[in-house]
Design a protein around this ligand. Sequence first.
Ligand SMILES: C[S@@+](CC[C@H](N)C(=O)[O-])C[C@H]1O[C@@H](n2cnc3c(N)ncnc32)[C@H](O)[C@@H]1O
Length: 453
Amino acid sequence: HDNAHTCGWGLPRNPLAHTPGCPAPFLDPSAPANPAAWAPWTHPPHCVTTPGPLSDSGPWCVFTNAALPHTIYPLGPIPAGISIIATPDLASSSLFDIGTRPLAGAFSALPRENLSHASPPPYEVRPVPGKGLGVFATRAIPSGKVILIDYVVLLAAVEYPDGMGKKQVRELMRVGVERLGDPQRLRGLARGAARNKVRGEELSPEEELLVTNAFELPMGEEELRYMGLFAELSRINHACDPNAHVHFSETTMAMTIWSAKDIQPGEEITISYSSIDLTSKERKETLQDTWGFKCSCSLCTAPKAVLKASDDRRLAFRAARDEVLQLAQDQDFYGAVEASKKLFELVDKEGLGPHLGDLYEIPARLHYQIGDLKNARKYFKRSMFEYYGWGVPGAKDSVSLQNAKGILARLDEEIAEREKQDKQNKKNNNKNDNGKTKKNKKRKPQVYLGKKT
Ligand SMILES: C[S@@+](CC[C@H](N)C(=O)[O-])C[C@H]1O[C@@H](n2cnc3c(N)ncnc32)[C@H](O)[C@@H]1O
């Protein structure tokens, strides 16, 4: 078959990343019905037909690779698999080049201590009053340690076309879960929340599973929204003042969870399902609307005065952040540095620091602008630590990391150069007969660091 030759069917690599002009083999009726033609998927894509007209992007299908290993401590690598609900175009983008997805081994390069493979595990799952199950520390976990790395098992593009009905959405979800390594275990995750109605509607078991557990993940250049289901971290409850932080890496399709505070043995490990800077009212609405539960975390159940103090700090934080950015935009860098001091006081008071890794680049750049290289360096180091925490640096994540590394290297050079100059100036001054010290010329930074994009 000509197409089989030119279009690369049967090769044990991603045939969906096909040569232009070649049909995706499974959509071509003449394509051979053999597993090699579906690679890297272990099942033929299951597509639904819709009554209404669809966009040019093609039908919606579920693509499954049920053999993809998934490392869940303490089970080790198990074939959990991955199902992706998308159009062939989306599924064949390099984003889903799952054949090259680095697995847990790659995480050994993390500068954070990685407890996700520790023996015995640093956590256990047990019931928690009013919340179903929860995850509890089995030993002390100091701040900044990786607790768990969990790979996505079901990814569903959120923007289904208008022509697609509930029936088809449910069919794709059902097949996607059914074909995975352990569908029973996954369906069991839905029960924990004891919830089967959203806006008065009955939900299918898979819809319930996603409503109670899926994270929204903007992915790809266009930041298209996906729902992502994770088997292991789905037992971690939400807290508005969490002791752990989550970050999703597109490169690895893994969620990394690290301790944002020192966690005591027996303490529940919690993450935030909503943005960290929301006020209690805003959080309540988000949790109710998108997750469908009423939050009973320690902050939400705290005395009114405590909750109000927290709200005030979060509002003040938002105002301070806006002020810093405005001053920086107006090129008032000294003013912005002053304002950023206030900002970070608030961040520390509310314990938000570990959740706001990107933020540290702001004072780093501001201090650079006013020629305070040492403080610029301090903040860049901090922001780099946060970037590293994101998991395996690669593809998109690594851009921020590489930038920060480059800037740090230049800062080191400049600091060394300045010290050399200072020494030289001192020598020259000592040579001055009357001992009067000449004022050094005001230094200007040599490197323009550019705006954060
Ligand atoms: C991702 S699951 C977490 C694990 C779940 N508790 C279980 O038993 O499987 C999310 C569900 O847990 C419950 N939950 C999580 N955090 C909560 C909180 N702060 N307050 C009340 N319920 C919570 C809600 O029912 C929510 O829909």
